[in-house]
Design a protein around this ligand. Structure first.
Ligand code: CU
Length: 467
């Protein structure tokens, strides 16, 4: 609790303050307004008022089946219809009249604990709301900062794991420094009965949640919610402010933007500003405000630097930056040539040429599944769905199904040219994995027999012919 000093204030300033019953000074409330609600990753505009007011918040709890990843659905419980919940923006000193409305078609009661509240349960004790009911309580925004809110109805962990978290910004009285863009990003884990990418409507797994072993670690509630066409946008020369939260329910985030340095971070979203930060720790139920100016165009990746979460569990976002290059800051690639270690010859890690084994198609596909999980799944994902904007899908892939020859070539030689898969352009680099003819035949037979592909069978003899 913060006690504002009153002694020594000029008489005119005192006139705008009233005494609370415990003696702390409270700002006089002038007028009222209804809170602006916008969907993430956007936030309401900065507050321009120079006085406290009554802010009326109408927030609806809503349960729905939605997309967790391509082909994977989940029953989300939400504040405002999406994950994370609607971003709320008030000013230090405001009185917030909070209306929590639980839709009639909800199956569960819900409530809300806002970390910006000074009071029992952060409001939870006053906001337990059955389906088809509304609750109202009010609180004074005493402390500036960026605060997490979440449902606190039992089983609390399950309500949070199903998506019931969001953030409220209490702007300091002088406001935040102006920036060009503000975005709202919130990390959270999902625990599903099936493994990552397993298709269909996935139930919540209490066992995995208790073990703190999520299948998905995500930004903004779905794989790909901030990638490809959903990427955050900015221009060279602009300053971006990210309001980053972590709903948990279990993990701590090591939040990092690949290719940028945070010029300023409000550490743990409080009043202390730290400069020149590479990775900022965001506890479960905590937040950070990160600001940086963009000097170089390109795609910047938002990640949890516990990096398997990014490349294997979905915690990947993108910031697409347009504008002129600046070779004085970043040159881009100046050279790419074959590297031959001193005194050595070109090393070929060719596998021993072995005579192809006699295998049935089923055996070939089964062996190929093992090759796939060891060599391909990390990038192309366990169910071949790829990663939007980064790794092309192998599932239902027009690129693969049109031509087995170029699929063999890609595995033999790698790929560095731009390719188009299912209408999306990819221009990453796939290394040559130096697999044997037999492994290449097996893994391609596995891929072609999976995920809606053509069913083509590739033999070691065909691979050998193209080597
Ligand atoms: Cu709830």
């Amino acid at each position: 609790m913060r006690f504002h000093k009153i002694a020594g204030l000029p008489a005119l300033a005192v006139a705008t303050l009233v005494l609370g019953c415990t003696g702390q000074t409270l700002d006089e409330i002038v007028g009222e307004e209804v809170a602006t609600l916008v969907a993430p990753p956007m936030v309401p505009p900065p507050i321009t008022r120079d006085h406290a007011t009554k802010v009326i918040v109408n927030l609806e709890t809503e349960e729905h089946v939605g997309r967790l990843a391509d082909g994977v659905e989940y029953t989300f419980w939400t504040f405002g219809g999406q994950v994370p919940g609607t971003f709320l923006r008030v000013r230090e000193g405001d009185e917030v009249e909070f209306h929590l409305n639980n839709r009639p078609d909800s199956r569960m009661p819900h409530n809300i604990d806002l970390h910006a509240v000074t009071g029992p349960g952060g409001g939870a004790a006053s906001s337990f709301t059955n389906p088809g009911h509304s609750s109202v309580f009010s609180f004074k925004a005493l402390n500036p900062g960026l605060y997490v809110y979440h449902c606190a109805t039992a089983p609390v962990g399950m309500h949070i794991a199903n998506g019931m978290y969001g953030m409220i910004l209490v702007e300091p009285k002088g406001g935040l420094p102006p920036v060009d863009r503000e975005y709202y990003v919130m990390q959270g884990e999902f625990y599903t009965e099936g493994a990552y990418g397993e298709a269909g409507l996935q139930p919540f797994s209490m066992a995995k949640a208790i073990a703190e072993n999520p299948d998905y670690v995500l930004f903004n509630g779905a794989v790909g919610s901030l990638t490809g066409d959903n990427s955050l946008q900015a221009e060279v020369g602009e300053t971006v402010r990210l309001f980053v939260g972590n709903g948990g329910p279990n993990l701590i985030s090591s939040f990092h933007v690949i290719g940028e340095i945070f010029d300023r971070v409000n550490v743990q979203a409080g009043s202390m500003v730290s400069e020149d930060i590479q990775t900022t720790l965001i506890p479960a139920g905590g937040a950070a405000i990160a600001e940086f100016t963009l000097e170089v165009p390109g795609t910047y990746l938002l990640v949890d630097h516990s990096i398997f979460r990014t490349f294997n569990k979905g915690a990947l976002g993108m910031l697409a930056v347009d504008g002129p290059a600046d070779s004085a800051i970043y040159s881009g690639q100046l050279l790419n040539e074959v590297y031959i270690p001193e005194g050595g010859a070109i090393q070929e890690i060719a596998s021993e040429p072995t005579a192809p084994t006699a295998m049935t198609t089923e055996e070939r596909i089964e062996a190929g599944g093992r090759v796939y999980s060891q060599n391909c799944a990390a990038c192309h994902q366990p169910a071949g769905q790829g990663l939007a904007g980064a790794f092309p899908p192998l599932a239902n892939s027009d690129y693969l199904n049109a031509n087995t020859g170029r699929a063999i070539d890609a595995l033999l030689n790698g790929l560095s040219d731009e390719i188009v898969v299912n209408g999306e352009t990819y221009n990453g680099v796939m290394p040559s994995l130096r697999l044997s003819d037999e492994d290449i035949a097996n893994v391609l037979s596995y891929v072609y027999s999976s995920w809606g592909n053509s069913g083509a069978v590739v033999t070691p003899r065909e691979v050998a012919r193209r080597r």
